[in-house]
Design a protein around this ligand. Structure first.
Ligand SMILES: C[S@@+](CC[C@H](N)C(=O)[O-])C[C@H]1O[C@@H](n2cnc3c(N)ncnc32)[C@H](O)[C@@H]1O
Length: 205
């Protein structure tokens, strides 16, 4: 939890706010005023652990009520991001929304694996291959509405109820996992159900 969280988590007035990250990097001192100004921050809960551990051990105790909004922006690899979304869906209200960051990488470097990013000394942008979650959900979860808003590295939007056209190019997780950045760049609109920001604004309204 770092940049997005500092900007939106702390200013949100939601009565219940839960953050999960194995390594929080909040600038608590610099944000003290902001934290105290918004009393919902005093009740916010922070779980310093992986999201897999959180969902396994704590989520059902923490989420007594269903979730309204959830940001998925953790480990940027397909398997992890898919787990995050599927686990979140177990706790999402009927009209809830999952926003997933980094769904529209613009270069092979940004789309690389964690290991390759590590080899670069964590330099440069890293979106990973979370975009494959979008492809997966569009094929295997036809109960969901899934699209990517074309802004800020691609915001994946996932809600219940299918308003999208059915997409069935692949038949297994493994096939999707094997896709490359070249495949994405040649099929960006079709894979991601890519929509302009104006579509997202209308959708939320
Ligand atoms: C790009 S940062 C985004 C941070 C934060 N979500 C935000 O919106 O500001 C990715 C975050 O994923 C966290 N992370 C890495 N592995 C994770 C895992 N297995 N489960 C949950 N979060 C993880 C990192 O510690 C890092 O803070």
């Amino acid at each position: 939890l770092a940049c997005l969280a500092e900007r939106y988590f702390l200013v949100s007035n939601a009565k219940k706010k839960v953050a999960v990250d194995p390594h929080f990097r909040f600038n608590w001192k610099g944000k003290a005023g902001e934290i105290l100004r918004n009393h919902t921050n005093l009740r916010a809960q922070y779980f310093e652990q992986t999201s897999d551990d959180f969902f396994l051990n704590s989520a059902s105790k923490v989420f007594k009520k269903k979730l309204g909004i959830c940001l998925v922006d953790g480990m940027h690899e397909f398997r992890y991001a898919l787990n995050d979304v599927l686990n979140t869906l177990d706790h999402l209200s009927d009209d809830g929304i999952i926003i997933m960051h980094d769904c529209n990488p613009q270069s092979a470097e940004a789309e690389c694996t964690f290991e390759d990013w590590k080899k670069r000394n964590f330099g440069g942008l890293w979106n990973g291959d979370v975009w494959k979650v979008i492809v997966y959900l569009r094929i295997f979860r036809t109960d969901l509405n899934v699209f990517v808003a074309d802004c800020d590295h691609g915001l994946g939007i996932i809600t219940r109820g299918n308003k999208q056209s059915y997409y069935n190019q692949f038949s297994s997780y493994e096939q999707i996992d094997a896709l490359t950045y070249k495949d994405l760049s040649e099929n960006r609109e079709a894979f991601l159900n890519l929509k302009p920001v104006s579509y997202l604004k209308d959708f939320i309204r």
